[in-house]
Design a protein around this ligand. Structure first.
Ligand code: SAM
Length: 373
């Protein structure tokens, strides 16, 4: 009954707001005018959003953030530094000021705004922005992407998604490109995960799909007495042998090169972490991997999943818009909501499933579960 009423209201409201006559009336009527103007601005931002993203990319590629670090410059001075004609540099500076990346000071000088300055301080952000060139190309024709008619750049950037049975060997130089990007953006994910989860009871930790070990490095900085093992594709873990672990933990580190699709998950670990791993993979791989992990854990063993998630009934910009399209361009995987993760964990046999409430869910969300029997 409630749903029917809601649907009736939504249809009535949309019919009204969608008519030009109503829009004209709203534009001239106090109170409603403010709402109509706000909605108008939001729609404009959605329409023009790609220009804002490309302004950000241009700022990164031209290294403007570093040119303005700790000082202010005019558009003329900037144009000479980066080889962009003066007239275009003024447009870039004005655009960046409009989207709050720069601040305009007196005498035509521009400085980084608070937001602009923080771009330099967020680990991995600049690499991620650069990497979006490829994603952007895949999005140029979103309808073709939705119809699976694009031979995407993202599926080649993350080649293991095309190599589902691990028959074609992954080229180490290709693995290195994505592993470096993951490493540079890992710090924030690890910080958020460590803020929510304590590893005080962990003795033996296996990080599956752990890349070149950046997560293990971060955990080792705040724990002691844990022996760590990194599991990833052989081409990836080869680089991980040179990890910088805290001195006390330096001898407690092992690597295991293999595929979780075709190989067994090693036993002897009380905690298994999957950091930004499941959303890369389709449901049948997730089902199989969680079952393998469940079988490998001892009684009371714990699994920790940390990755960006869908908002489910309450879709989010990062979890649903960004990662939804990102995984579509990768051609496998999908962002899953906490409820869907719970479903897969239960199916594998896990209990005590807990979603840990974080404050930076656009970076990562964390779910833990236990093997009780
Ligand atoms: C998105 S990256 C995340 C890396 C790391 N956990 C992090 O958060 O920085 C996914 C990782 O899963 C690894 N991976 C993908 N398929 C795999 C497989 N079949 N077996 C083992 N590792 C795999 C990739 O090599 C990659 O390092």
């Amino acid at each position: 009954m409630f749903n029917e009423l809601k649907l009736f209201f939504v249809n009535w409201r949309n019919g009204l707001v969608g008519s030009h006559r109503f829009q004209k009336w709203a534009g001239n009527t106090p109170v409603v005018r403010a709402i109509a103007r706000k909605d108008g601005e939001k729609i404009y931002d959605l329409m023009a959003g790609f220009v804002y993203s490309q302004t950000l990319l241009a700022m990164v590629e031209l290294d403007i953030f570093n040119h303005l670090k700790g000082r202010s410059l005019t558009a003329v001075a900037l144009s000479q530094k980066v080889g962009v004609p003066e007239k275009n540099m003024i447009i870039l500076c004005q655009s960046a000021t409009a989207i709050n990346l720069l601040e305009r000071l007196n005498f035509g000088q521009y400085a980084l705004s608070r937001l602009g300055a923080s771009v330099l301080g967020v680990p991995g952000l600049i690499d991620m922005i650069r990497h979006h060139r490829l994603f952007y190309e895949d999005l140029i024709d979103p309808v073709s992407l939705l119809k699976n008619k694009v031979d995407t750049h993202m599926s080649k950037y993350w080649p293991y998604v095309l190599n589902k049975t691990s028959q074609k060997p992954l080229k180490p130089e290709v693995a290195e490109i994505y592993s470096d990007l993951m490493r540079s953006s890992q710090k924030l994910v690890a910080e958020e995960t460590l803020r929510l989860i304590s590893f005080s009871r962990t003795k033996h930790l296996l990080d599956i799909g752990g890349g070149t070990g950046a997560f293990i490095e971060e955990v080792s900085k705040v724990t002691s007495g844990i022996s760590f093992c990194l599991f990833d594709l052989p081409q990836v873990v080869d680089k991980a042998r040179k990890l910088t672990l805290r001195k006390e933990n330096a001898n407690n580190f092992d690597v295991y090169g293999g595929s979780f699709v075709t190989d067994k998950i090693p036993k002897g670990f009380d905690t298994i972490t999957l950091i930004r791993v499941l959303y890369d993979h389709d449901d049948h791989i997730v089902t199989m991997l969680l079952k393998k992990i469940y079988d490998s854990l001892p009684k009371n063993g714990q699994i920790i999943i940390s990755e960006p998630m869908s908002g489910g009934k309450f879709p989010t910009r990062s979890g649903d818009s960004y990662f939804g399209f990102y995984t579509m361009a990768m051609t496998t995987g999908r962002p899953r909501s906490a409820e869907i993760h719970e479903f897969f964990l239960r199916k594998a046999g896990f209990q005590n499933i807990k979603k840990h409430k974080g404050t930076r869910e656009f970076i990562t969300q964390v779910i833990t579960a236990k093997k009780k029997f």
